[in-house]
Design a protein around this ligand. Structure first.
Ligand code: C5P
Length: 227
């Protein structure tokens, strides 16, 4: 039998990656960031000079591309790197132009079909923390634990601004950040195929007034109850 699956969904910038990574570390589970996969493919589309709405060209590109995660160990840290067609794009997939175009790319049926299949293979024996927009509704509708992580747009913009500051990437106005987060959520939740939505049986955690430790602790307890 398969080990329990922990699905974490939610809107942009709700802290899913931070939380999912730490939960996976504490529980010693495999961690899969599905957003990184859509971003890697978006990077490749932009790099290839293909228009984001050119479905046939994108279909062709998807059929010829393969995405891989590799663990990278250095003295200081252990991190996961993402490769598309053997090129390390871990940093590039966070660029503003990838972020601005990823919702358009991830709305294509063919893109979702291929990436969802790969995600299901990763999780086939369970024991995985998998994070995205449609995990509880579509990728693993039978996941044992489903979390829907949210925060107000204002709070998400504020956290994003702090992250950028910490990374020395300068100061972007809260207005601008709120606008881009709002716009990405709008596109992700109104697309035709597996839109961003809370699964009926997901537990919603509103994180505006919670610390990362509190959120991680709560999710770890929910998973342990299923063992
Ligand atoms: O989680 P992250 O912000 O990196 O996701 C980037 C984008 O990838 C989302 O805005 C969405 O368009 C797409 N995505 C998706 N389905 C998922 C994960 C991400 O459509 N399961």
């Amino acid at each position: 039998t398969r080990k329990p699956i922990l699905a974490i969904d939610g809107p942009a910038g709700a802290g899913k990656s931070t939380v999912a990574r730490r939960v996976a570390e504490q529980l010693n589970l495999f961690y899969l960031d599905t957003g990184a996969m859509y971003r890697a493919l978006t990077w490749l589309v932009l790099q290839s000079g293909i228009a984001v709405d050119d479905e046939p060209a994108i279909a062709e590109l998807v059929s010829q591309s393969h995405i891989e995660f590799k663990d990278y160990e250095s003295d200081a840290q252990r991190s996961k790197r993402i490769f598309i067609n053997d090129r390390d794009v871990t940093e590039e997939i966070r660029d503003v132009d990838v972020t601005a175009n990823v919702s358009a790319i991830s709305a294509h049926a063919i893109v979702r079909k291929v990436l969802v299949k790969q995600q299901q293979r990763y999780g086939s024996s369970g024991g995985i923390v998998i994070e995205g927009r449609d995990i509880g509704t579509c990728v693993f509708p039978d996941a044992e634990v489903k979390i829907f992580l949210t925060a107000s747009v204002q709070e998400r913009a504020r956290r994003r601004q702090q992250d950028l500051k910490n990374q020395g990437k300068g100061e972007i106005s809260l207005d601008e950040l709120e606008q881009s987060i709002f716009e990405r959520d709008r596109k992700d939740s109104t697309r035709a195929i597996s839109p961003l939505r809370k699964a009926d049986d997901a537990i919603e955690i509103q994180t505006d007034h919670l610390s990362v430790d509190e959120v991680v602790g709560a999710i770890v307890r929910l998973y342990l109850e299923k063992l």
